[in-house]
Design a protein around this ligand. Structure first.
Ligand SMILES: Nc1nc2c(ncn2[C@@H]2O[C@H](COP(=O)(O)OP(=O)(O)O)[C@@H](O)[C@H]2O)c(=O)[nH]1
Ligand SMILES: [Mg+2]
Length: 479
């Protein structure tokens, strides 16, 4: 039953993507090929699918300092007062905001993200659950899901975050922030122009700027100095912005991607007409740029999804299979020693007993020698069966020992679950010989299939490039 649910989900996904992004719809087929390989290797259960673990929807997250105006920005973008705003820390949860067909806004606990069949959020909530567990809290205290009927939310997901202050942050919030950075296609990092001393928040800048400017996906980060309407009261409004620009440059942000905005609705009255005009013009220019990036996000998502396909295929070959193989080697060694000890002891016991009872005459076992050939063969057969049965028992006992060790060890990290699963699957295949440490179903054919998936991924990237990044293309802007 579970299997059909997953299959139905994948089918539905494919149907949806056919209209939204045909190249991605094709990639679902490659994801399913990879599913089959991973299931054959025992890395995944029959009711699992990589396709349901990928976030197919474009994800835009809003991070930044307390009361910088993150929620206000989102509310205005969505066109509804969805998120609470205010100068106190009003919301200490991460909110995942997505489209809902009902007219009323609904708020669901974080766990709903796991079970909502429309969205593959497994990854986000699982990662956050891991962090939460370490802090003795539940996912629900970190995460909520809000659905709302707004066209700005169609086919995309927003994540609003509580204020970020590296000095006072719980570990969990730092970790979740990092996870969100990883899984997002666009990250808006908000700063607050009311606090004209960026020097006072070194750690925060370090985390939000210095750690992000050198990432390979650095281009998805936009740094936004918000509430610049407040600078209008200053003698030199430009100085505040310049001070921020210098501070960010100190942390490595040199060219581009620095924007100045404020909320028109929330803005303070600005008396100086000239200043107002100047700020407004900057704001409108920069908001238009941000808007353009928001529209571009579907394309960036497409590259990310193909990236997951490629990374996972490589991960299977370079990390997961070798990890299973090393567990099998360990298991094989233990099986050998355990058998040597047990069969050695049995042999000694048998000899001692039979010699003591006087059953030997030279190399002949006298009670057997008197039987006819058929009976001798039958006894030999039974003995071999019994010995083989004992061997299988020892072999699986050795397997369980290795399994226990793997469960306790910490070296596998995020791969542990899959490696354990695949190793257990090998241990259970009692008919599969231990002569070679090669995991079941791993061989040249499987490797060739993985190569095929990597080739698919290359081809998808090629078609994405042709569609979006070609200089003559309608949408491509080279980013
Ligand atoms: N003057 C001014 N106030 C703003 C602006 N954006 C937000 N605010 C106010 O700043 C406070 C904090 O905003 P909020 O969106 O809750 O910040 P968050 O903590 O980053 O989500 C609220 O009282 C908003 O009304 C802006 O551009 N200009
Ligand atoms: Mg907020």
């Amino acid at each position: 039953m579970a299997k059909t649910t997953t299959q139905e989900r994948v089918k539905r996904l494919e149907r949806h993507l056919k209209q939204e992004n045909p190249i991605l719809a094709q990639s679902v087929v490659s994801f399913q090929k990879l599913d089959r390989i991973m299931r054959k290797l025992g890395l995944m259960d029959a009711d699992e699918s990589l396709a349901t673990q990928v976030t197919w929807w474009p994800v835009i997250s809003v991070l930044g300092t307390y009361s910088a105006g993150k929620s206000t920005f989102l509310n205005e973008h969505i066109g509804q007062d969805l998120q609470r705003t205010g100068n106190q820390a009003v919301d200490d949860k991460f909110s995942v905001i997505c489209y809902g067909a009902e007219d009323t806004v609904s708020v669901l606990p974080g766990l709903a993200l796991d079970s909502d069949p429309r969205f593959p959020f497994y990854q986000i909530s699982r990662n956050i659950a891991k962090v939460a567990e370490g802090e003795g809290r539940s996912v629900d205290s970190y995460l909520q899901l809000k659905t709302c009927k707004s066209d700005a939310l169609r086919n995309r997901i927003f994540i609003d975050s509580p204020g970020f202050d590296a000095d006072q942050q719980r570990n969990s919030t730092l970790l979740i922030t990092d996870h969100i950075m990883d899984l997002s296609d666009l990250v808006l990092v908000f700063f607050d122009a009311r606090h004209p001393e960026p020097g006072a928040m070194m750690d925060t800048l370090e985390h939000l700027v210095a750690n992000t400017v050198n990432r390979t996906d650095a281009s998805k980060f936009l740094y936004i100095l918000n509430q610049i309407d407040n600078t209008a009261r200053d003698d030199k409004p430009e100085e505040v912005v310049a001070a921020w620009q210098r501070a960010l440059a100190q942390h490595g942000l040199t060219a581009g991607r620095f924007y100045r905005t404020y909320s028109r609705k929330m803005a303070m009255p600005m008396e100086d007409e000239q200043v107002r005009e100047r700020l407004e013009r900057k704001r409108d220019e920069d908001l238009a740029d941000i808007q353009a990036r928001l529209e571009q996000v579907e394309v960036e998502r497409a590259y990310r999804v193909i990236g997951v396909l490629e990374k996972t295929a490589k991960h299977v070959e370079n990390v997961l299979v070798p990890a299973v193989e090393s567990a099998i080697r360990n298991w094989r060694r233990r099986t050998f020693w355990l058998s040597a000890v047990v069969f050695g002891a049995l042999g000694v016991l048998f000899l001692g007993w039979s010699i003591g009872a006087g059953y030997w005459s030279g190399f002949r076992l006298t009670p057997l020698a008197d039987l006819d050939v058929k009976a001798q063969a039958a006894i030999a057969g039974v003995v071999i069966l019994v010995l083989w049965f004992i061997y299988l028992k020892l072999r699986s006992a050795a397997g369980r020992m290795v399994l226990k060790k793997l469960e306790r060890g910490s070296s596998l990290g995020a791969d542990r679950e899959m490696v354990l699963k695949a190793f257990t699957y090998n241990v259970k295949s009692w008919w599969h010989s231990l002569a070679s440490p090669r995991p079941r179903h791993w061989g040249r054919r499987t490797k060739r299939k993985l190569d095929g998936i990597l080739a698919d991924a290359d081809a998808f990237v090629q078609s994405l490039n042709d569609n979006y990044a070609s200089p003559s293309g309608k949408r491509g802007d080279g980013r």
